[in-house]
Design a protein around this ligand. Structure first.
Ligand code: GCO
Ligand code: MG
Length: 408
């Protein structure tokens, strides 16, 4: 069996999805997602210029050797661009492998450990009252877990996680305002004074059952993060995400000494080497890698297995940055993983997105029900794809009040 042709498509409804299609001499094809949010042209170039020319003629069934060939063989290993491109190749190879076996991918991982996977939605609002409305909106749809973010009174911009309309129901639409980032202001003191109390009011209003998650988005210094984590303990969060930037993994030790709040980290990680210390030292409770950014199903399965040894559960990244292909790869891992925790999920299934990526995967009552179609269970309509092209966008830039550049 041989790979005969490979094509990359960039574009999509409200997002620049980077989609890889691998053709074989047996008519079976594989699909993968290489979307690197707001840097989409770069993994596309990495695929077109380096990986695809070396894929043609290879036996797609040897997914392990192909992964090693592109990882070790690159000399300059890791990094988000190379790993997103490799992630798409690996996903497409597993898609082919499972289609050849005529099985849904989860069967090749070890079958189902659960019928459906728990999802969390993003509830947001420009202020606490509108956040409460947003939480109600998701509860009415059956969600039992929500990430809660809101604007902070006195903060000149609404703060991260809140779009200009102030409601996350439409948050998946990228800001296609060009390559020049919009700027936001961050004030740590205001956040530290306001947010613990706001989280407690949410807990009191919605009761003990609702799973509440909160994302600090890398904004705090280690000491501040420890203080914040300690102060939100009574809220009984499901998790506190990215309290500090993930580069300094030592920083988590201080937080751990002061708080038992469950910690989730990893959405910017590209390999098992980025997670190793955090997992082995049991400094986190949930690992947030994404199958695209971390180089595909092959390495992410290894991360999940390492995490299982250390009581760390999965909580894969599921921001709208990922196409339904990455979300499907994660859904297969989610129904299999013995240490599954939760899956982030934003409403992708607009009619336009469903037309571009047809599938039988189903979300209902805050749970993801996996498709039993062979492979990843997601197709790609090339005719639909002709409607879209690349649109430049950017993550915002964050500054402190005095102008100092801060972490988005
Ligand atoms: C999350 C993330 C996102 C990121 C985005 C960056 O937890 O979902 O923090 O909101 O900001 O994915 O590309
Ligand atoms: Mg996050």
């Amino acid at each position: 069996m041989k790979i005969t042709e490979a094509n990359v498509f960039v574009g999509g409804p409200g997002k620049n999805y980077v989609t890889l299609k691998l053709m074989t001499d047996q008519g079976i094809y594989g699909l993968g997602d290489a979307t690197l949010n707001n840097r989409e042209t770069l993994p596309a170039a990495y695929l077109n210029d380096y990986l695809i020319p070396n894929l043609i003629g290879r036996d797609p069934r040897n997914s392990e050797d192909i992964w090693q060939y592109f990882y070790r063989g690159a000399y300059f290993r890791r990094g988000p661009i190379a790993m997103a491109a490799l992630g798409a190749v690996d996903m497409a190879l597993w898609d082919i492998k499972a289609k050849l076996a005529n099985l849904p991918l989860y069967q090749l991982l070890g079958g189902k450990s659960r019928e459906a996977a728990l999802l969390y939605a993003h509830a947001t609002g420009p202020d606490l009252n509108s956040l409460m409305d947003s939480i109600d909106f998701y509860r009415e749809q059956g969600y039992s877990a929500v990430r809660v973010q809101c604007g902070i009174p006195g903060m000149p911009t609404t703060g991260y996680g809140v779009d200009s309309q102030g409601d996350s129901n439409r948050q998946y639409i990228t800001d296609f305002s060009g390559i020049h980032p919009r700027e936001e202001i961050w004030d740590t003191d205001l956040y530290m004074r306001y947010m613990p109390d706001a989280l407690m009011r949410i807990r009191e209003h919605f009761g003990p059952e609702l799973k509440l998650l909160h994302d600090v988005h890398h904004r705090l210094l280690p000491r501040e993060a420890a203080e914040f984590a300690k102060s939100v303990e009574p809220v009984k969060l499901f998790w506190l995400e990215d309290p500090t930037p993930a580069e300094d993994q030592n920083a988590l030790k201080l937080l751990r000494q002061h708080s038992t709040v469950p910690i989730a980290i990893g959405e910017v990680f590209n390999s098992i080497w980025d997670c190793k210390e955090l997992i082995e030292n049991e400094l986190i409770d949930f690992i947030r890698v994404a199958v695209t950014y971390a180089g595909g199903i092959t390495p992410v399965k290894r991360i999940v297995d390492l995490a299982a040894l250390h009581h760390v559960r999965t909580g894969f990244h599921g921001a709208p940055s990922h196409s339904p292909l990455c979300m499907a790869a994660q859904a297969h891992l989610n129904v299999w993983a013995p240490n599954f925790g939760i899956q982030e999920y934003l409403t992708l299934n607009t009619p336009e997105c469903d037309a571009l990526f047809p599938s039988q995967h189903r979300v209902a009552g805050g749970l993801h029900y996996i498709s039993d179609a062979p492979g990843l269970g997601v197709d790609f309509d090339e005719n639909e794809a002709k409607r879209y092209s690349y649109q430049p966008g950017s993550h915002p830039i964050v500054r402190l009040r005095d102008g100092t550049l801060w972490n988005y």
